[in-house]
Structure formats: C-alpha cells, structure tokens
Write a protein that binds this ligand. Structure first.
Ligand code: 5U1
Length: 680
C-alpha cells in the first residue's frame, strides 16, 4: 500500500472541493468564480496527485467528468418508483377542467371557505427525462426513463454533465435521494454541434432534443463529455431524509441547495387563472430563452395534497402539461427563389406550403447557401420538416425521403445573378456565392438604400422597403446620395403617394442629415461592420477622414477589429465609387460632430459592460445604448458575471432576477438618467 502524507491528502480534498465549487458556480449558478486558467491549473494539480497516487481516485473526483472506457452495451435498470409521464392540455378550457377535477377530488366544494389551489408553474424543457440516484450524497446511478418501469443505465454518461453534482453539497444530506429531471442541450450548444457536423461533412441533428438523446445514448462517455449538455431537476423519486419539504417549490429549493440546477422561471401562483397568465407570459418569452421548451407544467404545490390526489395509470392527478404550439411541422417545398442581398450574397429561399409552426404561419425558410442544399439533399416537391425555434428564421431541418414524389426537381444554383445577370462567384473558403454586379445590380442598390434608411442607420422616417423599391424601379434614385435630391413632385408620381406623405418624407430625409459618425459609418453598409463596430471605429478614429485614411495595420490596432473586418473596411474606402457617394452625401449636407480625441482618452465607462432590460419611458432604448457606447461602455444583450451594471425598466424579467442573484448593481431609468447627468 502506497503511503500518502496528510499534507497530500489535505491538498487533494481541498482541490476536489474547490473544483466542485467552481463547477457549481459555473454550470449551475451561471456565475463563474475563477477564470478558466485558474480552473485548469487546479485541475492539472488534482490530476497530477491522482496520477501519483492512483489509490486516491474516487468516482466523485471532478477529474472524472471527461468520460471513461466505452461500454459494450447499456444494462437495464428497474425504477423502484415509476417514472411518470404527464397528461397534456392544449387549451385554457382543458386546463380549467384539470383545476375542476383537482378541486372535486379534494372535495373543495364542501369546504366552508374554499380557496384557490396553489400551483407550481414551470417551463417544460424539451430534452430527455432522467433519474439520478444518490446514496449518502454520492451519485451512484443515472438512468433513462425507458418505459417508466425499466430504463437504461447511463451512469457513465451523466457523470460527464457538469451541472449534475457527483456529490451533494450543503447540509442534511439524505441517505437516499432519487432526483428526476430533464437533460437538455441549450440552443447555442446545439447550433455549435451542428456547425461542427456541417464542417466535417457529417449528418446534423434535427433539434436539440434529438441531439441530447443521441448524446446520452453513446456507449463511449467521452463523446457525451464533449457535448454541452445541462440538467435541470424537477422532482424526486425515492427519498429518505430528515428534511421533509411541504411543497413542490420548497422541494426544488432544497434540491437547489444540494447542488442541482433548478429552472429560473419556477413560480408558485394561486388559482388556475394565474396559471393561464403565466402561460401567456412564458409563451411571449419562449423565443428569448436559450433552450427549447414545449409547454408549461403545472403541479399542485402542496405535497400532502399531491399525495391525496394520487395517480391514474402512468400520470399523476396533481400535474398537467399545457403544450405550446409545436416548433416543428411537416410541409411541402413548392419552389426555391434566389434572393440578392446588399453585399451581393445570393440566398436560396424555400417557398413552402404555408404551415403553422412555433406559433406563426410560415411560408418561407432560408436555405442559406448551395452547400446547405447539397447537405440536406432537398428537391423541389419534397416533404420537409420545418423548425422554427427562438428568434431565428425558420429552417428546413430534414427531408423525408420516403415521401419524395416521382417528379421531384433538383435545385440548380444560378451561375448568373437573377436580377442583373452579372456572373455569380464564390470566393475561396466562403460558403456564400455573390453577384459580381456591385452597384450595377438593382437588387444590391435597393438593399443598400433600405439599409441606409433603416432606423439604426440614418433613420429616415417613412422610407420603408416598399417605397425604396418603387423609387428604384421608377428610376428616381440610383444610389443613397440621390435620396437627398428627391423632391415632392417626384414622390407624388409614385403609386399611392399623397401630398402629406410626400411632404413628410422629404422633411424626414432633411432631418436625417443631422447624424452621428457611428450611424453614418454603419449606414454605409460596409461588410461585417455592424452597429458596434461602427461605434468602435467612430470612438477610435474620431472623424470620417481618419477612418478613410486608416490602413489595415491601424485598424488591427483597434480592439474588436480583426483581419477580415479590417480588409473589408480598407476595400470599401479604396473603391472610388464609394468615395464619390460619400462626397455627394456630405455635399448634400449630411453632417455630424466629430469626436474630440482628447475626450476619447477619458471615456469614463471604457471596459464596462452594461445591460438594458425592460421598458424605458423617458429615453428610448436606442438612445440609451448610443449614450453608453459613446461613453465607452459595451452594451450586451444578456447578464453574466462580467456585467458591470444593469438598467432595468418596467416589465424587466429574468435578466433583472439574474442580475440580483449575481449582486450586479441595478439602476432604474431615473437613476440611469441621473447617472448620465453626473457624467456630464
Ligand atoms: N418541468 C417539468 N417537466 N416535467 C416532466 N416538471 C415535470 N414533471 C414531470 C415530467 C414528466 O413529472 C412529474 C409530474 C413527476
């Protein structure tokens, strides 16, 4: 037996605890406590000790998250407490029936002062149900649901999921605990996994649920370890403990204390009407979540009442799932059109038989590029699965080959621009094919003008997409500079343009001449130069002349500007056509105040990241963002431990809750305005 000194043992236990704590903060609380480099250093130290003293290695060591030897097959597991499924409700009326059944069964009508039932409401994550068994705080088994009575042993795989505690934390650790929950793949992880599969020429997953299920079904747990799966706990099976929570929400809090991730949107409400409000609120937020949910689960919150209600067949009488509209549906690909964008990019767009998916009727889906058409192997006439999840545009996730009709047609990518007939070229290493027509291409001209006039660019009120198309088609404008030459008579010649609208539009065009350097740079539509990069350029160079004169080296010196962006900027300003349009714009009176470079040096919010959430009543959100960026701050869309400050207005939701849980300072709008005033 190898001798191990007390010092080594102490250090080993200390490293294990510290790494478990970092994992918990990072994967469960979303609040990293140390930089990755420090985590890696401690992990290497732990592994060095384990290599030197193999006898020390235990299954709850954080080093064991990487996966082990591949299995031959999965063994079966019998669930001591059956894993139940849920009854579904598809309407408010069905939900109200559920409430009535619960009340009838509990004999509510006979009570003197019948109150409403308290329900726990929680999102129904779209993943794979699992059971995790802990004996004296140690994870000893992970199993799939299977048929509810018998599942498969996936212990080696669940060990690799970092939000699953290998050892319970905190006090009052139960002697036996079986936690039930959902293993799921957040959408960013799903997108990255599919992007990797596409790059490697492999098959992609249709949706995050299939990807999570496929990842858990791996006999080689190293593959599971490479997938960014997460797990949220939502109930318990076997339970022998000294603590006895009296409600479902209290049970979830207890599980959270033992180290499990609990969904951030769980709430308890009184009565079924409040459940319906919760459903509507979550349906609105569904697109903003970073993971797929397919409904809301309602549970009678009081555990004693749950017990009284019991089960029917395989479902509890005390719970129900109210489903959301499906995010995937089948439809037919009727045709493919090729659209030409502002930069000449040619995008194939699928025209579909209209289908209701993800809460809206969809009749178009992007096919991205020629590679995507090949990868999907899709033909016109095919039956396809459309997926619409989150804010993203609908996608064709899969072709159902068995349903391919005999007259299905191959999709041929055009060699000439469908608008101007110029040749179509694909630069080496790029997936996108582009029209080479530049400003001779009517489509590129229209898109460039639409972008120029858009709200975040020159913000020309009343100049919508349709009007731009009419103006270009009528030959009234050929470039953005022509906008400033437009007169009321020209506008009145257009379809359905009345006197008042024409006068308003010319006034709006004149008003847009007063702008900022950042907005002007953004409005030029330089490839890869979005709002944030335009602001960075304005902040760093101070004047348009300085940006035009900057060479690649000077651009690369600026934070956040990489070689590709620098190349596009240099190319844009070395094109004489672009320079003459800029000159014409300035001669028409487009102007801004250059940024004082000395003031730049003291940008008081440089290095800070701010998040704006909820409504704003005095200042618009766009204005608030501009002000913050001008003061040097980054404005981010989500709250993390790196956020410096949150501004929360009425209706702020999960971002505010997260900021509070991370102790990030929060200002309301009045406080924010006062703060800006103080900065001057
Ligand atoms: N959020 C949540 N999902 N889900 C699924 N809670 C929940 N509860 C379930 C299931 C099958 O079952 C319990 C009611 C036991």
């Amino acid at each position: 037996m190898q001798q191990i000194s007390d010092d080594v043992l102490r250090e080993y236990e200390h490293l294990k605890d510290a790494l478990n704590q970092h994992n918990h903060r990072y994967y469960v609380l979303d609040d990293p406590s140390v930089p990755d480099s420090e985590y890696d250093r401690q992990m290497r130290e732990l592994q060095a000790i384990e290599a030197q003293y193999p006898g020390l290695l235990s299954e709850d060591s954080p080093s064991q998250r990487v996966g082990g030897k591949a299995l031959e097959s999965f063994t079966q597991v019998r669930h001591t407490v059956a894993m139940l499924s849920l009854e579904n409700a598809f309407s408010d009326a069905e939900l109200e029936d559920f409430d009535r059944r619960v009340k009838d069964r509990l004999n509510y009508a006979a009570q003197k002062n019948p109150t409403e039932i308290e329900f726990a409401c929680e999102p129904k994550l779209d993943g794979v149900a699992v059971s995790l068994l802990y004996e004296n705080g140690q994870l000893v088994r992970g199993a799939t649901r299977g048929d509810g009575s018998v599942g498969e042993d996936i212990t080696a795989n669940v060990r690799t999921i970092k939000s699953i505690p290998l050892k319970l934390r905190g006090d009052n650790i139960p002697s036996l605990l079986e936690v039930r929950g959902e293993i799921y793949l957040p959408r960013p992880g799903f997108d990255a996994l599919n992007a990797k599969a596409i790059a490697a020429g492999e098959k992609t997953f249709v949706n995050p649920r299939n990807a999570a299920a496929g990842s858990l079904r791996q006999l080689d747990s190293k593959i599971t370890a490479s997938r960014p799966l997460e797990m949220c706990a939502y109930s318990v099976g076997q339970f022998e403990a000294e603590v006895t929570p009296d409600s479902h929400t209290h049970m979830l809090e207890t599980l959270g204390g033992w180290g499990f991730k609990i969904n951030e949107h769980v709430v308890a409400v009184m009565g079924i009407a409040a459940c319906e409000d919760y459903y509507s609120a979550m349906a609105e937020r569904r697109d903003q979540l970073t993971y797929d949910i397919d409904g809301i689960v309602y549970k009678v919150n009081n555990l004693a009442l749950q017990q009284r209600l019991g089960f029917v067949a395989k479902a509890p009488r005390w719970a129900i799932a109210r489903k959301f509209p499906a995010q995937e549906e089948m439809t037919k690909l009727l045709d493919v059109e090729f659209q030409v964008g502002r930069t000449g990019a040619i995008t194939p767009v699928a025209r579909l038989a209209p289908v209701f998916v993800g809460g809206v009727t969809v009749s178009n889906a992007t096919l991205h590029n020629g590679d995507e058409i090949k990868r999907l192997g899709v033909c016109i006439g095919d039956t396809v699965i459309i997926r619409r999840a989150g804010d993203v545009i609908p996608q064709i996730a899969k072709v159902i080959l068995e349903k391919r009709p005999e007259d299905a047609q191959q999709i041929v990518f055009p060699e000439r621009c469908p608008v101007c007939q110029s040749s179509v070229k694909r630069a080496e290493g790029e997936a996108v094919a582009r029209c080479t027509g530049g400003l001779f291409c009517g489509a590129q001209i229209k898109e460039a003008i639409k972008h120029f006039a858009s709200r975040k660019a020159m913000d020309i009120d009343g100049l919508g997409d349709k009007l731009v198309e009419l103006l270009v088609d009528a030959g009234s404008i050929y470039s953005v500079a022509d906008l400033f030459e437009l007169n009321v008579d020209q506008l009145l010649g257009l379809e359905r343009m009345a006197d008042k609208s024409a006068t308003n539009l010319t006034a709006a065009i004149t008003a847009s001449k007063e702008t900022t350097l950042a907005k002007f740079l953004y409005s030029l539509g330089i490839r890869e130069v979005g709002e944030a990069t335009a602001q960075t350029l304005a902040n760093n160079f101070g004047s348009l002349e300085a940006v035009i004169e900057a060479d690649a080296e000077q651009l690369l010196d600026v934070d956040d500007i990489g070689p590709v962006v620098a190349k596009h900027i240099v190319n844009f300003f070395s094109n004489p056509d672009n320079l003459s349009i800029i000159q014409a714009l300035r001669e028409s009176g487009v102007n801004w105040a250059d940024i004082d470079q000395n003031a730049q040096a003291s940008q008081p919010l440089k290095g800070q990241t701010w998040v704006l959430t909820g409504g704003m009543e005095i200042m618009s959100r766009a204005e608030a963002k501009d002000r913050l960026q001008a003061l040097g701050a980054k404005v981010a869309g989500s709250v993390s431990a790196k956020t410096s400050q949150v501004v929360a207005g009425p209706g702020a939701g999960s971002k505010l809750t997260k900021a509070q849980s991370l102790d990030i300072p929060v200002l309301d709008e009045a406080g924010f305005l006062e703060y800006l005033n103080r900065l001057g």
